[in-house]
Write a protein that binds this ligand. Sequence first.
Ligand SMILES: [Zn+2]
Ligand SMILES: [Zn+2]
Length: 348
Amino acid sequence: MKAVSIGSDGQAYVENRPTPALTSPDDVLIRIAYSGVCGSDLPRIFHGGAHFYPITLGHEFSGHVVEAGSGVNHVKPGSPVACVPLLPCFQCEECERGYYSLCKRYNFVGSRQHGGNAEYIVVNKNNVFLLPDNVSLLQGAFFEPITVGLHALLLAGGCKDKHVTIIGAGTIGLLALQCANAMGAASVTAIDINDDKLDLALRLGASHVYNSKSESAEQIRESSLDRRFNQLLLETAGTPQTVELALNVAGPRAQVALVGTLHQDLTLSQTAFGLILRKELSILGSWMNYSAPWPGEEWRLAAELFTQKRIDLQPLIANIENPEGFAEKIMALKGKPMNGKLLMKINE
Ligand SMILES: [Zn+2]
Ligand SMILES: [Zn+2]
């Protein structure tokens, strides 16, 4: 089968590998349809951040079941599925409480084992989410990124009647924006430093947008005074500046959900720290996208939102490529901010 692999030299290339086969009754063989590149893959490609090389990445993919072991009940050959990349141990105390994202003994498809940038993959039955009838395979490849935002929104107790602010209008942010609207937010504000992304946010349902390069935190706060109570902010950009911006623009007693991972140290000024106290902010960390019962409410809600056509994916897609084009486009991501989702289409 064809697979797009990454070498330790940071090169993406198409290779031929034997098609994997089931080795356990709990295994499922999937013929992949769509597989996307995640921002979290970039360090694995360009900065030696993968667990081994050469590696086939890909944890955001969909496809059809070809073969299922005797211990698999929820899918059968022909079932359309999305990948649930985490495989927690299901035995530790964190797992017993349903805190699957916090499990310490886990496997992960597309980082600790080969992923979905290939024609076929074998995964455990718990890594397989059955797609409802009217959810497409293309939508299937977006379950992973959409559930990241949904996890944060659910940890915050939902967003009904809340004034939601999304900081960072990348894939995760623009998906979370649409989820917040669908989940009954009173308003949804997007903040970014890129006007094109903010235009997209408006098209996708943002009620207000601000460019934090041209508008200061004070200006943003001043112009949203009528929306200052009952706020939920989602920080998805993962930079020290945007974390501090979140604290600055937050209203009294706002919830600040931190979703983006930092790639450098964050030093908070005394004043910024004081804002947490003086505004009585609730700071909430959000990690991955799982809850009980496995894989979680996030995944069922994503299926519902896709079924109800509440999520527009087309504007979020930069390219859909065959394996050769996909490998080329991966190399073109080097040193640049991700601008829309790059996907491989291999079968359908
Ligand atoms: Zn991802
Ligand atoms: Zn565990």
